[in-house]
Ligand binder design. Structure first.
Ligand SMILES: [Zn+2]
Length: 353
């Protein structure tokens, strides 16, 4: 948008204010809402410490995400859709909203934002805002018979991105919404080299994160590649000395032969195939792109197999490093052993690793 910059401090004796709150948004002289986003973000900071005790104790991941979206994200993005063309402001809002999501899920701040959204099938903030903007523009058109030209360029840019032929404002909103949000998710997935299928939404909505299950907290970490198999943390596998990665731990590391074989046996029973050998691929397919022909029962069982395998991974690694720890001298600090409050919940100890 080409806002006229106002340089005078008074107009006809009336002071020109630096910030002005209009329809719930604080705008500066250049009609830029960034101060609004920053102010709301500062107000919300108190939630970060509250999130520390709320974390995963009483809520399922799904409830936590809902809490974060209702109480934090919705406040941050309130009224921002008309400013969709201001990329840097939208980026500030996106970063802030992901900070609360990570915090409420007990994930460390250096966890990849992209994978964080992907694991729950969450679209980018700008695409949620786009849907709202189109809704508002359509409403405007209903009332005034025309589309405010100020949004033409933004809407056209997003139309090109979406691959849709018609102007976005001429499409039924539900169709537009599902197209835009699906596109947003598959874009994100492609950047991670992941193929998202038509049943991904079904997996997230029906088979995961709805009921208390501690294995799921580990599954989230596995999918976002956060843990001892992250090559940025350890380039060498601490168990066998091989080249470290999630693929290595899942498919190759001899230390996990037992867990891997049990998982592959289960997968073979569920899918009735003999050729399954790449466990990571099976897991990724079950999570992001289940075959359209698989029954609900097959998906449920595969997801359960995955959860068990992942919990197994983190637990056997923990056991192994604890054995090592008892052998090292006292002057070497022990990782993950300091939080005594969680002593009775062994799985939760892994969150610190
Ligand atoms: Zn290894």
């Amino acid at each position: 948008m080409d806002y006229e910059k106002i340089s005078r401090t008074h107009i006809q004796g009336y002071p020109v204010k630096m910030n002005y709150k209009y329809l719930g948004i604080v705008l500066n002289k250049a009609l830029d809402p960034r101060n609004s986003v920053i102010m709301i973000n500062n107000k919300l900071k108190g939630y970060l410490s509250r999130n520390d005790w709320i974390v995963k104790k009483f809520f399922t991941p799904k409830s936590l995400i809902t809490l974060s979206r209702y109480y934090q994200e919705s406040r941050i993005i309130y009224g921002l859709n008309p400013f969709l063309d201001m990329g840097d402001v939208i980026d500030i809002a996106q970063k802030a909203s992901l900070k609360y999501l990570r915090s409420i899920l007990g994930l460390k701040h250096n966890v990849s934002s992209r994978r964080c959204r992907l694991v729950f099938g969450l679209p980018k903030l700008e695409h949620n805002l786009l849907v709202r903007l189109v809704k508002n523009v359509k409403k405007y058109k209903e009332h005034f018979g025309e589309i405010p030209s100020i949004y033409n360029r933004t809407l056209e840019e997003y139309r090109k991105w979406s691959g849709l032929d018609q102007p976005l404002t001429e499409l039924p909103i539900e169709y537009l919404k599902s197209t835009v949000l699906n596109r947003s998710i598959s874009d994100t997935a492609a950047k991670e080299g992941i193929n998202v299928g038509t049943r991904f939404k079904e997996v997230i909505e029906k088979f995961l994160y709805r009921w208390p299950d501690r294995r799921e907290n580990l599954l989230i970490r596995y999918i976002i590649k956060f843990g001892f198999f992250d090559p940025r943390l350890f380039s060498e596998c601490e168990l066998c000395g091989g080249e470290n990665s999630r693929t290595h731990v899942t498919n190759e590391c001899p230390y996990f032969n037992g867990s891997r074989n049990r998982a592959l046996e289960k997968a073979k029973k569920i899918l009735g195939q003999n050729a399954l050998s790449n466990l990571e691929e099976v897991i990724m397919q079950a999570y992001f792109a289940p075959d359209p022909n698989w029954s609900k029962k097959q998906i449920r069982e595969l997801v359960d197999m995955t959860k068990t395998f992942v919990a197994d991974l983190y637990m056997s690694r923990k056991k192994k490093t604890e054995v090592e720890d008892t052998r090292v001298s006292d002057d070497e600090p022990r990782k993950g052993g300091k939080d005594q409050r969680r002593a009775n919940t062994p799985l939760l100890n892994f969150f610190n690793n």
